[in-house]
Every structure is written in structure tokens, then in C-alpha cells.
Design a protein around this ligand. Structure first.
Ligand SMILES: CC(C)(COP(=O)(O)OP(=O)(O)OC[C@H]1O[C@@H](n2cnc3c(N)ncnc32)[C@H](O)[C@@H]1OP(=O)(O)O)[C@@H](O)C(=O)NCCC(=O)NCCS
Length: 167
């Protein structure tokens, strides 16, 4: 009998099509129009911070992070996209994916994570709403959804400016 426990493993090249299919299902084809995608154009997700969640042989969850900078020179990583297959939601696996990503980001020396998402969800993994205007997305973005998580206590206090791509 195959193992049906949920497992999180580093994303591999062979997972890419299943990840794209899951993202199409979760966000729809309009996902590329989101402002977050402006920060991803021509930039690869950080391979060491890309994870796949498996149930048996099926890829049912994905999380990726992208390198960004804030203002002139503050390095950070942007979480997203995160998606869990609709049939497997509500079991805590999305939060497990976030926890796995944050743990690994900290191990690798990253100090600050930002994202655009629902505060009520991400607050469960220590994300907070950024004070209005302190950090800015390079396009339309509901400021209520612009969140940050410090992996090093206090680092956000001195950060300000536009979030931009790092190539
Ligand atoms: C958001 C998503 C990743 C959550 O995955 P999940 O595995 O179902 O989440 P978990 O099981 O870890 O957490 C479930 C809990 O979070 C809550 N929750 C889920 N999505 C939420 C949201 N958008 N806002 C607030 N709370 C949310 C659920 O109500 C549930 O609460 P409960 O524990 O009190 O019952 C999944 O619904 C998804 O893929 N959605 C479509 C893509 C998406 O919106 N991604 C996030 C982009 S910001």
C-alpha cells in the first residue's frame, strides 16, 4: 500500500508541469497579470526555497520564494505563490508549507520575507501587515494585503521603499 502521509520535499525539475497545473487550478490563467508577477519576470524562483507537497505520488501543494530588494539595497525574499489542491485543503498543509519555507529561509540566512496575501491566514505563521507606505509594490496592490515576516527580530524597522526585482 502506498504511503498516504503528507510530505514536503524540495521541488525538482520533474515537478514543474504539475506545479504549473496546480497554479492554473488555484489562481486561474489571469494569475500572470498580478503585480507580484512583475517581480518574477525574467527571474527564477529560488531553487533552494521551492518546495512541493506530496500525498502518495501526487503533487498537491507548492510554495516558492523569489529574491527581491526593498528600497535601494535591503535584500528580502517574497513568498508566493502558495497553493494547495482544492481536494486537500483545510488539513493544515498550507501552513506546513509556509513553515517549511520560513525555516529553510532562516537557515539560509535570509532575514526578511514579504508577500501579498490574506493577513488572517498568514498571521498564523507570524506575518504582520506592513504599516501603510513603508514598503510599496511596483503596481496595484491592496495595502491591507502587503505583509512581512521578520526572520531576524527587528530588521523591518529600518526598511522602507519600493520592492523591486533582483536578477
Ligand atoms: C490559501 C491556501 C493555500 C490554504 O491552504 P490550506 O492547506 O487549505 O490551508 P490550511 O489547511 O493550512 O489552513 C486552513 C485554515 O486557514 C483558513 N484559511 C484558508 N484560506 C484562508 C484565507 N485566504 N484567508 C483566511 N483564512 C484562510 C481556513 O479557514 C482554515 O481555518 P481553520 O483552521 O480555522 O479551519 C489554499 O486555500 C489555496 O491554495 N488557495 C488558492 C490559492 C491562494 O489563494 N493562495 C494564497 C495566495 S495569498
Amino acid at each position: 500500500m502506498s504511503d498516504q502521509s503528507f510530505k514536503i520535499i524540495p521541488e525538482e525539475n520533474s515537478h514543474v508541469q504539475a506545479v504549473e497545473d496546480l497554479l492554473d487550478l488555484a489562481f486561474g490563467p489571469g494569475r500572470f497579470a498580478k503585480t507580484a508577477y512583475r517581480l518574477r519576470e525574467g527571474v527564477e524562483a529560488l531553487p533552494e526555497l521551492s518546495f512541493a507537497g506530496f500525498l502518495g505520488g501526487d503533487l498537491i501543494a507548492t510554495i516558492r520564494f523569489w529574491p527581491v530588494k526593498i528600497g535601494t539595497d535591503t535584500p528580502a525574499v517574497m513568498l508566493g505563490p502558495l497553493a494547495v489542491d482544492p481536494a486537500s485543503r483545510g488539513k493544515g498543509w498550507g501552513l506546513d508549507m509556509i513553515a517549511a519555507g520560513l525555516d529553510q529561509a532562516k537557515i539560509q540566512g535570509h532575514q526578511l520575507v514579504v508577500l501579498v496575501g490574506d493577513e488572517t491566514y498568514y498571521a498564523r505563521q507570524k506575518f504582520k501587515k506592513a504599516p501603510p507606505g513603508q514598503i510599496i509594490m511596483p503596481g496595484p496592490c491592496d495595502p491591507q494585503r502587503l505583509l512581512y515576516c521578520e526572520l531576524e527580530a527587528g530588521v523591518f524597522g529600518s526598511v522602507e521603499g519600493m520592492i523591486s526585482r533582483v536578477k
